[in-house]
Write a protein that binds this ligand. Structure first.
Ligand code: HEC
Ligand code: HEC
Length: 402
């Protein structure tokens, strides 16, 4: 076919198409069409591809791709072998769910007075924490615990320092509706979000099977869960080493890793690779700031006095980014934090308390040199290559807050 033929053929096809559209285009646009045409700010479109590190399958689901998938499941618990599989990830969310969740995560419209988003406390440039010992909530109220990172949170089976929540969907109700945090109510949240036409369009696109045009709480929770589960950090220097690239760590970092995994320090028994948590509770007797009472931790939700002072073993991924440390944010630096472990079993437990300190917490008597190497090693767990994009604007028109 020469150029002229191609041109001729394509203009005939084009004409036929225009002709067909003229007759086929519905003159009664759907409700969604109405919204689209009236909506002054239709400048939002949801991503149709998965975030980096995920692959789209035939069902429009994002599935995580990482090198740990080649190893056995972690059920055959060894002593934290480097080439061990990961626990199951909350995955299979659609690209649209994840991207809508991203907008919601940064949108202060989720809070009672429109000033606070999830990202106000979980800031991407601070390892999804806030750089403070304990969070600051609604009305400048000081919260009692440190803001945890959200990296790899999709792998966790228990949420909050005291493990009181079993799923991300359930967890969200905490910050949204707590007076001290975002101080919203389910009724007010649904009312405000349903008044924002852009959200109505985006929710309709994300949940196409729904027949009710109203946005529902479950849909909000699903989207934010999808976004949080996409925050994966598994490409650190340490990971390269674990997958067999021996030069990824310097000799000092390797020394630190060996101390971390040793029977003397015992760090890896609780902070088990590859997530650097075994997801268990442990009583380690970390101190509260001067003058504050002991935080009972998991004792309260479990209603079990043997768990007094127990906390969920936190992951150490991106730990370099999330100072201050421990549930109370009592330690400003990693050096102080690792030193805690060598100052003597139970040394920081308040008088009169009889905590059942975990048997792996003892007196490893680590030297200054060894503590420095531990810190070197902990810094090899940093990887923020999949940091999501902070939206420049959010559908409420409020300023995306971080
Ligand atoms: C005012 C600050 C603040 C805001 C706003 C906030 N969080 Fe948090 N978040 C915290 C603190 C503090 C904790 C730990 C509380 C505890 O363990 O008792 C936490 C814990 C979490 C956890 C548990 C993580 C883990 O490892 O156990 C998740 C998940 C989470 N927040 C997600 C969210 C989402 C989603 C939003 C928005 C709907 C949000 N947060 C809003 C401060 C905040
Ligand atoms: C018995 C289990 C256990 C052992 C062994 C253990 N940890 Fe921990 N680690 C925990 C728990 C539980 C917490 C949280 C305690 C709290 O907040 O009060 C924690 C907290 C931390 C934190 C602060 C995390 C954060 O997000 O604030 C660091 C860093 C840390 N551990 C490093 C180490 C190192 C290094 C070793 C070895 C010297 C070690 N841990 C040994 C259970 C353990």
């Amino acid at each position: 076919m020469n150029k002229r033929d191609i041109l001729l053929k394509s203009s005939i096809v084009g004409l036929l198409f225009a002709f067909a559209m003229f007759f086929l285009w519905p003159d009664n646009p759907t409700a969604l069409g109405d919204i689209l045409s009236e909506n002054p700010d239709a400048g939002f479109s949801l991503n149709k591809s998965c975030p980096p590190g995920f692959k789209l399958n035939g069902e429009n689901e994002c599935i995580s791709q990482n090198l740990y998938l080649q190893y056995d499941s972690p059920n055959n618990k060894g002593l934290g072998g480097l080439q061990t599989g990961l626990p199951e990830l909350r995955e299979g969310f659609s690209p649209q769910e994840i991207d809508l969740g991203r907008l919601l995560f940064f949108d202060p419209v989720l809070s009672g007075n429109g000033t606070m988003s999830c990202a106000t406390c979980h800031q991407p440039d601070k390892g999804f924490s806030d750089g403070m010992a304990t969070g600051i909530g609604n009305g400048d109220l000081k919260l009692t615990r440190a803001t945890p990172t959200l990296w790899n949170v999709g792998y966790l089976r228990k949420l909050f320092w005291d493990g009181r929540s079993d799923s991300l969907e359930q967890q969200i109700e905490g910050p949204l509706f707590a007076k001290e945090e975002m101080n919203n109510t389910p009724e007010n949240l649904l009312k405000t979000i349903n008044e924002i036409e852009t959200y109505k369009i985006l929710f309709a696109e994300t949940f196409p099977q729904k027949d009710n045009p109203e946005i529902e709480l479950d849909e909000i929770y699903t989207a934010i869960t999808a976004f949080q589960s996409s925050l994966i950090s598994l490409n650190s220097k340490y990971d390269k080493y674990a997958h067999g690239y021996h030069n990824a760590l310097s000799s000092k970092e390797k020394e630190g890793m060996n101390i971390f995994r040793s029977f003397v320090a015992r760090c890896a028994e609780c902070h088990t690779p590859p997530l650097f948590t075994n997801q268990e509770f442990a009583i380690i007797g970390s101190p509260e700031p001067e003058g504050l009472p002991l935080d009972p931790g998991a004792q309260i939700p479990k209603n079990d006095s043997t768990l007094r002072g127990a906390f969920k073993v936190p992951s150490l991924r991106n730990i370099e980014k999330t100072a201050p440390y421990m549930h109370s944010g009592n330690f400003g630096t990693l050096r102080e934090t690792v030193e805690f472990y060598t100052k003597g079993r139970g040394h920081a437990v308040p008088k009169g308390e009889n905590l059942l300190i975990h048997w792996h917490i003892w007196e490893p008597d680590l030297s200054d040199y060894e503590l420095d190497r531990l810190v070197d090693f902990l810094k090899t767990l940093t990887d923020e290559s999949f940091t999501p994009k902070i939206p420049e604007k959010v559908p409420s028109g409020l300023k995306p807050s971080v």
